[in-house]
Design a protein. Structure first.
Length: 338
């Protein structure tokens, strides 16, 4: 079977995508598949370049917009003008994160070309990437999510509707790129301006103190729940991709009732966005004020092309149920063919 792994691209999550793609290429080759590594911004990645990328790693911060423009030309699709690596593949494995690789743009092109690919389709990818629309659909499906406003918003509006602290973030980004926790009203506009560097829409969301949890979905089943315990206050870019900056526990220390409840919420969120194949649904478990100690789960977002690096969460969730990383990749391919 011929598989082309798309990795890199021109989003601020380029380095993470390259790290994910490298592992996927190695895993699928270990199972005997004929695998090509392909960067939509630059073309086929040869073996020497793959080795150099592996040595570079992700880094502790996302690349700047200026660095992206220099390294990719700022364009996602020029190398797809010659499509033999895509058209001749039995499956295209999408290891892209953020931007046009995850927002449904590429998925729509592949749909038009009748090419099979991993993950969700163009509509559901676009819905999941847009955090504002996602949260509207979550609420309609009975999935609890933190209250929010969209910028522009005044300090008075934020204080009246949400209170401080709040989370300010680009509405269509991942990996906490451009995200700030704002604890003082005087810092609000600065955070909004930072988020606007990465997107044309900015979300202001009530900050939920508590535990950070994640649930992977593979096919029609929820994987074991994981808890993330970062060194920093939030699970930011550095904590996600730097060894030693976060501790992950799979399965999370929850009661059987809590585990079932958050897995059900994850499946409901997955279904509400019409996702398919696999995804990762992130939650906060708020500190409980109830006498019975029962906290509330708040869905943060759905990730349609979650990270597949050595530190990523979907692979850890799969490992907790006895599934190796190569087997996980093969199952994702099988779901795409199905």
């Amino acid at each position: 079977m011929k598989i082309t792994v798309l990795m890199g691209g021109a989003s601020s999550e380029r380095n993470v995508s390259l790290a994910s793609g490298l592992r996927i290429v190695e895993a699928l080759r270990s199972r005997g598949y004929d695998v090509i590594a392909f960067d939509p911004s630059q073309g086929v990645i040869d073996e020497e370049s793959l080795a150099q990328l592996a040595a570079n790693g992700v880094g502790t911060e996302p690349p700047s917009l200026e660095d992206l423009a220099r390294s990719t030309g700022g364009s996602f699709l020029p190398a797809l003008e010659t499509l033999s690596e895509i058209a001749d593949a039995d499956v295209v494995f999408l290891a892209l994160h953020g931007g046009q690789g995850e927002d449904g743009t590429l998925q729509a092109l592949l749909d038009m070309a009748r090419v099979k690919y991993t993950g969700s389709g163009h509509l559901s990818s676009a819905l999941a990437m847009d955090k504002d629309l996602s949260k509207i659909l979550f609420k309609a499906a009975g999935v609890q999510t933190a209250e929010w406003l969209m910028a522009p918003a005044t300090v008075e509006e934020v204080e009246g509707s949400l209170g401080f602290p709040v989370v300010v973030k680009p509405s269509k980004q991942g990996s906490t790129v451009g995200l700030t926790v704002v604890k003082e009203s005087g810092k609000l506009q600065e955070a909004i301006d930072e988020a606007w560097r990465y997107d044309d829409e900015v979300m202001i969301e009530r900050f939920i103190p508590g535990r950070e949890l994640t649930v992977g979905i593979l096919g029609d089943r929820a994987l074991p729940v994981g808890e993330i315990i970062p060194v920093h206050e939030i699970y930011d870019y550095e904590c996600k991709y730097t060894p030693g900056m976060a501790r992950e526990e799979f399965p999370a220390k929850l009661t059987a009732e809590e585990t079932s409840r958050v897995q059900d919420q994850a499946v409901a969120a997955f279904t509400s966005l019409k996702l398919r194949g696999y995804a990762r649904i992130d939650f906060r478990l708020a500190a409980s004020d109830d006498a019975d100690g029962r906290g509330e789960f708040y869905c943060l977002e759905a990730n349609t092309l979650p990270g597949m690096t050595e530190l990523s969460l979907i692979p850890q969730g799969a490992a907790a149920m006895g599934m190796s990383f190569p087997d996980l990749c093969v199952e994702i391919v099988r779901l795409a063919l199905k």
